[in-house]
Design a protein around this ligand. Structure first.
Ligand SMILES: [Mn+2]
Length: 348
């Protein structure tokens, strides 16, 4: 297990000098943010984000994310050229020593919440999802104002994109994902890279858009689509875990045993109602997930990948990037490392 920490390069309010003082954090998870989606990440652009990380004595082995262009998800005629670009980016990352790429295949919207500063009883703030609030924001009938929404689309562009997805149901999206994977996985195998798909967050359809990476059967189908250890999963506890039907201990055990979990996002959530949840501190007692049992299932089934603390709360008046402040993630990583040491030593 290698503990890592997500960092948004030099523009991040959290500094590498702070992260390197977390002795259990060995590596950084980041991405190139200034190249438009669909274009190649050049060797120069990759070298530029790598340098400060290795200079700080940290590893540069996990990328989150290399975004997938909407035309690939839509299966548009332009997709072959875009997939060629994606393959070039994979090769360039492999040359720079990257071992794992996190990505997702969610149409239009990435992670979705109704609130970014949900007040908790103790004065901390967290991300929250309330079903009715989100449904009331339907972009086809209102001006979308979802917190965290990527405002690079105009409302008209968003409507046009949503319209294109009317022809893409779940099966079509699976077909488009399969087409993509069959082209990129051989390149990953040559480049020494494992792909790690991030589950849909939350794991259910939103605004009529299909979402397919939602639970155990979907992960099984994903693995079988291209049967290679390079075709793996980011096991994000909080994304899959906010559907109580998903047995996170069983999912962790099964896919670690199948050697398909190169990357783990460790976080806890509290399920507050039907399709309603808020993010919590990482400890088991703070949320709906048993962090010890999930980590134990990973350990017992040979997990040997990267792990990072996922979203933290805003505490101590930090007012950081929602989910990505320093303090609560540092506490979360410390907790996960403590559990891991206890699990390791109790299994000797
Ligand atoms: Mn995650």
């Amino acid at each position: 297990m290698q503990m890592t920490f997500r960092w948004y390069n030099n523009g991040d309010a959290v500094k590498l000098e702070q992260i390197r003082q977390l002795p259990y954090v060995k590596g950084i998870v980041t991405a190139v943010y200034d190249i438009p989606v669909g274009e190649v990440w050049t060797e120069e652009a990759i070298a530029a984000i790598k340098k400060p990380i290795v200079d700080a004595g940290l590893t540069f082995e996990v990328i989150e994310s290399v975004p997938v262009h909407e035309d690939i998800k839509l299966g548009a005629p332009t997709r072959d050229a875009l997939i060629d670009n994606y393959c070039t980016t994979i090769r360039n990352l492999g040359k720079a020593g990257v071992k794992c790429i996190c990505y997702n295949f969610m149409p239009v919207f990435d992670w979705l919440r109704s609130e970014l500063q949900h007040p908790m009883a103790d004065g901390s703030k967290c991300l929250a999802f309330d079903r009715d609030t989100v449904l009331a924001m339907d972009p086809s009938v209102t001006e979308l104002s979802l917190p965290g929404w990527d405002e690079s689309y105009t409302h008209a562009e968003l409507l046009s994109l949503l319209d294109k997805y009317k022809a893409v149901d779940e099966e079509k999206l699976w077909a488009n994902l399969g087409y993509f994977l069959k082209k990129i996985i051989p390149v990953c195998e040559e480049s020494g890279i494992k792909m790690a798909i991030h589950p849909d967050d939350p794991p259910w359809g939103i605004f009529g858009l299909p979402r397919i990476i939602t639970g155990r059967d979907a992960l099984d189908r994903l693995c079988k689509t291209v049967d290679s250890p390079a075709n793996g999963i980011t096991l994000c506890f909080g994304s899959l875990g906010c559907n109580p039907q998903n047995d996170m201990v069983a999912i962790a055990a099964e896919f670690a045993k199948r050697d398909r979990i190169p990357f783990v996002h460790a976080r806890n959530i509290y399920i507050s109602g039907e399709r309603c949840f808020n993010e919590t501190a990482h400890l088991s007692e703070c949320g709906s997930l048993d962090m010890y049992k999930i980590l134990e299932a990973l350990y017992e089934n040979g997990f040997d990948g990267y792990i990072r603390p996922d979203h933290g709360r805003n505490i101590w008046n930090e007012n950081g990037r929602p989910g990505y402040g320093l303090y609560d993630r540092a506490l979360g990583a410390s907790y996960v490392c403590g559990l891991w040491e206890a699990i390791e030593k109790s299994h000797k």
